[in-house]
Design a protein around this ligand. Structure first.
Ligand code: SF4
Length: 314
């Protein structure tokens, strides 16, 4: 067992209303492109009471949003005694630290998204209906080469299961393009999958050959210009989807966490469906202060961002 707070990795971004809390360290998976298990070692969860205490101290500083992070978030609790799990941690945080209004999940591993977890996301008001779940690719051949634990068919079934359990969920994922041996057909399959799955937010990364990883030794490494062209194509495919997804929010009412003014002086914030730093933002008309949670009517949408009018304080 690690000493109390040995794993504490709270990252304060200067925005006191939001914080990242790392619930565990390390990873037991063996993705062929990733060096993290070698650097960080085996997965080790922080005790639940430590995490509740950290959340309470953040709440005392005014934090209203906590993003739970880890290299493998959904493995949380497996190595702890008793019945600890991410779902139980969320329930404990919601009950014991009610001042934190939004709890957000970043970096779920697809194979360990349980029904118990989806139930908490669906029915616990403090838990944002939002899930970040890196998928890396959809081609079976590449998923095998990446040593991921899911096939394309299993990923499709999982997304359907998540949306059945939490119909209004905002899904974020990330993909790698230009993995060794990736073909034009694989890229077409990925672009078609983006159209089919309609994710709200997608990160696309160009494969980078990490020393001492199995993927670095694979044949058929692709030249950088090929990776760059594929990255552009996949990003363009997702931009079309993102425009549709964003437009669908018009007319809805949403809670928005206000984050202050941008360089042009526009008031900005984020809905529960927009994570800090990685997703789009919501531009607001009306008066509010950074750290406020307000109700806004969404009146406009750009590719990745929304526009809202404040209709009530939160
Ligand atoms: S990509 Fe994520 S799940 Fe895979 S080995 Fe690295 S940290 Fe673990």
């Amino acid at each position: 067992m690690l000493p109390r707070h040995a794993l504490a990795a709270r990252v304060r971004t200067g925005a006191w209303w939001t914080a990242y809390v790392k619930v565990s360290e390390g990873c037991d998976h063996a993705c062929s492109f990733c060096i993290i298990p070698k650097i960080r070692g085996r997965h080790e969860s922080r005790p639940m009471d430590d995490l509740v205490a950290e959340a309470a101290s953040l709440a005392a500083e005014g934090t209203v949003e906590i993003c739970l992070i880890a290299q493998d978030l959904t493995a949380y609790g497996r190595d702890l005694a008793g019945d600890a799990s991410l779902a139980r941690l969320l329930r404990a945080l919601a009950v014991r630290v009610p001042e934190v209004r939004w709890l957000r999940l970043l970096y779920a591993y697809p194979a360990s998204v349980t029904d118990e977890l989806l139930e908490v996301v669906a029915d616990e008001p403090a838990v944002c209906k939002y899930l970040d779940m890196p998928l890396q690719h959809i081609s079976d051949r590449l998923l095998r080469a990446m040593r991921r634990e899911r096939s394309g068919a299993a990923i499709r079934r999982l997304i359907a299961r998540i949306r059945r359990a939490v119909p209004a969920i905002a899904l974020r994922t990330s993909f790698i393009v230009g993995f060794p041996g990736e073909t034009e057909a694989d890229v077409r399959e990925l672009c078609a999958f983006l159209e089919e799955a309609e994710f709200d937010h997608v990160g696309v990364f160009r494969y980078s050959q990490e020393e001492n990883t199995p993927a670095a030794a694979l044949p058929d490494q692709l030249p950088e210009p090929v990776k760059a062209e594929r990255w552009k194509r996949v990003m363009a495919a997702q931009a079309r989807v993102a425009r549709r997804r964003a437009a669908a929010h018009r007319g809805q009412t949403a809670e928005v966490l206000v984050e202050g003014r941008d360089a042009r002086g526009c008031l900005t914030g984020r809905t529960r469906g927009q994570a800090p730093e990685i997703d789009g933002r919501t531009y607001l008309k009306g008066r509010a202060e950074a750290g406020d949670i307000v109700q806004a009517r969404i009146v406009g949408a750009e590719t990745y961002d929304l526009v809202g009018e404040i209709i009530a304080s939160g």
